[in-house]
Design a binder for this molecule. Sequence first.
Ligand SMILES: [Zn+2]
Length: 190
Amino acid sequence: MEVGDNGTDIQKAKQTLQDKNNQRYMRAALDMAEQALASDEVPVGCVFVREGKIIGKGMNDTNRSLNGTRHAELIAINSILGEYQSSVLHETDLYVTVEPCIMCASALRQYQIRAVYFGCSNDRFGGTGGVLSVHSDPGVDQPFPVYGGLFREEAIMLLRRFYVQENGKAPEPKPKRDRQLNTEILPLIN
Ligand SMILES: [Zn+2]
């Protein structure tokens, strides 16, 4: 087994990125993030998939609601729990464009999500390796596996488009050269 710096199984990571179903579901999550961007929300979107079917989706909604817990994952979980027993989450995978934050990672672990696939890392609030490792630290609830890097570039570009868009709305806009879209993204796997 080829192992990366942080202990990830590189072979498994490559397979995950190339899997057609994984790509399809992450595309659906990116569509949700696009909707968030169009609503002036930090563009994060997700879908929950059980037995090949999307059973819940969500997009970030913290600005409109003025509620910092209205993250894409929690919105989707809320809608799933309106329709299903919470035990369905044991056989459900989450596809989310940005690594779940510490709050969401904790909820996902308590609900015993089967696996999490994410696009780009969350260096400020990440709960599945970005800052803390809520998914795998010793604890009462069963740990869950995470696979990062699926359409990572697309997820990052959505976030950059959001910050360029927001800067453009500031009362005294910064000089234009600071607002140009940076399109350079370093590769995750060499
Ligand atoms: Zn969150």
